[in-house]
Design a protein around this ligand. Structure first.
Ligand code: NAP
Length: 263
C-alpha cells in the first residue's frame, strides 16, 4: 500500500506516455483503477489517440518547456519518467558500410535525458509529488559503452547524471535500469535485480541481459505500491522465458528487498 499521506487512488503522471514502455505503464495503471488514477504526458495528441483511442486524462507539452509540465504534475502523488532521446538510423554512406546513428536537432541526450529529466524532477518537487519512478538503462558505468557512441550522444552518461540529480532532489526515488528491451509478453520470465552493471560484465549462466517492456512496466507499477522500492536504484533483467508454463509469478516484495539505495 502507498503511504497514508498519499491519495487513494494514487494520482500518477506518466511522461513518455506515447512511448513503447510508457504506453504499457499507462495501460497497466488504467486497468487497476481501484489503486491508481493515471494521467499521461505526451507531445503528440495524434499519437495519444492512435495508442489509446482518446486524449482523455492526457496533458500535452514538451519536457524541454518546463511550463508545459506544471498543469500535468499539479495534484499528483507520483511521477513516472519514461521519456528518452531516441537515436535514428542514417542510411550508410556506401553500400556495405555500417549504419550511423543521429538524434533529431535539439533532441540530443544532454537535452532530453539530462535537462528534460531535470525539468520533470523540478516540476514534480515543486508540486509536492512524493515519489518519482525513473526508467533508465543499464550500461551507464561504462563510458565506452556502444550506446554512448551512437550519434555522439553519450546517452548513458547523461541518463546517469540525471539519476544522480533525482537522488539528490530529496524526493523518494525508484530508478529502474533496464537491460535490452524486448517487445514480448510479460509474466513469462523470472526477473532479476542487480547493481552497477555487474550482470553485463559477468552474466551468470541461465540469465539474459534483456527484459520485455511489459515486465519493466509491471515493475514500475509495483514500485508505486511497494514501500521496499523507495529510494532504491537497480539494474533489471530476466531469465529466459519459461517454456510449458502459462505465467511466472514474481514476488515483487522479495525482489525489491534485494535492491539498494544510492546510484
Ligand atoms: P520510447 O518508445 O523511445 O519512448 C520515449 C518517449 O519519450 C516517447 O514517448 C517520446 O515521445 C518521449 N519524448 C522524447 N522527447 C520528448 C520531449 N521533448 N517531450 C516529451 N516527450 C518526449 O522508449 P522505450 O524504448 O520504451 O524505452 C524506455 C526507457 O528504457 C528509455 O529511457 C530507454 O532509454 C530505456 N532503455 C531502452 C532499452 C532498449 O533496448 N531500447 C534498453 C534499456 C533501457 P513521442 O512518443 O512523441 O516520440
Amino acid at each position: 500500500m502507498p503511504p497514508i499521506s498519499m491519495s487513494h487512488p494514487l494520482q500518477v503522471l506518466v511522461t513518455g506516455a506515447t512511448g513503447r514502455t510508457g504506453a504499457l505503464v499507462v495501460q497497466k495503471l488504467q486497468s487497476r483503477s481501484e489503486s491508481f488514477s493515471v494521467r499521461g504526458f505526451a507531445r503528440s495528441s495524434q499519437k495519444a489517440v492512435e495508442r489509446f483511442g482518446s486524449t482523455q486524462n492526457f496533458f500535452f507539452g514538451n519536457i524541454l518547456e518546463p511550463k508545459s509540465l506544471v498543469p500535468a504534475v499539479e495534484g499528483c502523488d507520483a511521477l513516472v519518467i519514461l521519456t528518452s532521446a531516441t537515436p535514428q538510423m542514417k542510411p550508410p554512406a556506401q553500400p556495405g558500410q555500417r549504419p550511423e546513428f543521429t538524434f533529431a536537432p535539439g533532441e540530443m541526450p544532454e537535452q532530453i535525458d539530462y535537462q528534460g529529466q531535470i525539468n520533470q524532477i523540478n516540476a514534480a518537487k515543486h508540486a509536492g509529488v512524493q515519489q518519482i519512478v525513473l526508467v533508465g538503462s543499464m550500461g551507464g558505468t561504462d563510458e565506452n559503452h556502444f550506446l554512448n557512441t551512437m550519434g555522439n550522444g553519450n546517452i548513458l552518461i547523461w541518463k546517469r547524471k540525471a539519476e544522480q540529480y533525482l537522488i539528490d532532489s530529496g524526493v523518494d526515488y525508484t530508478i529502474i535500469r533496464a537491460g535490452g528491451l524486448l517487445d514480448q509478453p510479460g509474466d513469462q520470465r523470472e526477473l532479476v535485480v542487480s547493481k552497477n552493471d555487474v550482470l553485463l560484465a559477468h552474466p551468470p549462466e541461465g540469465l539474459t541481459t534483456s527484459i520485455p517492456r511489459a515486465d519493466v512496466a509491471e515493475v514500475v507499477v509495483q514500485a508505486l505500491l511497494e514501500p521496499g522500492a523507495r529510494n532504491k536504484a537497480f539494474d533489471l533483467v530476466s531469465k529466459p522465458e519459461t517454456l510449458n508454463q502459462s505465467s511466472v509469478k514474481n514476488d515483487f516484495n522479495a525482489l525489491f528487498a534485494q535492491t539498494q539505495p544510492g546510484l
